[in-house]
Design a protein around this ligand. Structure first.
Ligand SMILES: Nc1ncnc2c1ncn2[C@@H]1O[C@H](COP(=O)(O)OP(=O)(O)OP(=O)(O)O)[C@@H](O)[C@H]1O
Ligand SMILES: [Mg+2]
Length: 258
């Protein structure tokens, strides 16, 4: 149904000791949307992603993907349900090749069994070949195919960020969570990355939630924006509404980002 949200977050929160890192957050994302999540440092943005992906279990509220409750599922189960992410601090297997970093994502979803791979049955090898072909297709989209045998740790920073997105996509997500994907990139790399995000969103029929500190950038690509401050949602609306919202301006006071 067109008006059923893909993701519904209902009054979700988590408390660490005395600190409510996220509290009473309501978010709804619909199929095909590109939505921004912003807020000052320490606002709870990454913690929110950790709640959506099962790294943390919410101490309040509920999370639904396509009406199915996700609370209590562990990260790999949530990946299988259709949520993939990238990390604020890049997490690649540095000593593995670029290609293997993407193949790892396939292995987590692979249908062929461990038994068939131990016994080296034909189904295992055809599965591997198929996986490799698909992984290379993803690398092409990110212009990383020529670097497929390079160790991930040897790639320049911008390419490592792109590889992380390629790996997240390889798990066939419905919802892709990007945690500051442009951090550390130069303006040209950032521009190309945003074009790439717009492309993969269409190509893979994705819904995307984007955490990003660069305000003009978020305002330029996102249709809607949620704003977190001290763990609570303080605003939600179009870029124009957010830019003019007094609570948002106050939260960012002194940062000169709007
Ligand atoms: N595992 C944890 N234990 C205790 N406190 C935590 C934990 N994880 C996060 N926090 C706290 O929760 C708050 C929100 O942190 P979070 O990393 O989510 O912010 P953020 O909005 O992503 O900030 P930034 O823009 O700097 O990335 C911070 O005060 C942080 O110290
Ligand atoms: Mg963060």
């Amino acid at each position: 149904m067109a008006n059923t949200p893909l993701l519904k977050v209902d009054s979700v929160g988590i408390q660490f000791g005395g600190l409510k890192a996220v509290s009473g957050v309501n978010v709804e994302l619909y199929h095909g949307e590109l939505v921004g999540l912003i807020g000052p440092n320490g606002a709870g943005k990454t913690t929110f992603f950790n709640l959506l992906t099962g790294v943390y279990v919410p101490t309040e509220g509920h999370i639904f993907l396509n009406d199915e409750k996700l609370n209590g599922l562990v990260p790999y189960q949530i990946t299988r349900k259709g949520i993939s992410r990238t990390f604020q601090n890049i997490r690649l297997f540095g000593d593995l090749s670029v290609l293997d970093n993407v193949k790892v994502a396939y292995h987590s979803l692979a249908k062929h069994s461990i038994v068939s791979s131990i016994l080296r049955l034909p189904s295992h090898f055809s599965g591997e070949r198929e996986m490799e072909k698909k992984a290379i297709e993803f690398l092409k989209i990110f212009k990383l195919d020529k670097l497929k045998d390079e160790m991930a740790k040897n790639l320049p920073y911008g390419q490592q960020r792109r590889l992380e997105i390629a790996r997240a996509l390889a798990a066939h997500p419905k919802l892709l969570l990007l945690d500051e994907p442009a951090a550390g990139m130069n303006p040209q790399e950032t521009k190309e990355l945003m074009e790439l995000i717009a492309f993969i969103r269409k190509e893979f029929n994705l819904t995307i939630l984007l955490i990003e500190h660069d305000m003009p950038l978020v305002m330029g690509v996102c249709e809607r924006i949620y704003v977190l401050d001290h763990g609570q949602l303080i605003a939600h609306g179009s870029p124009e509404e957010i830019r003019n919202n007094p609570k948002v301006i106050e939260a960012y006071l002194g940062e000169e980002v709007l």
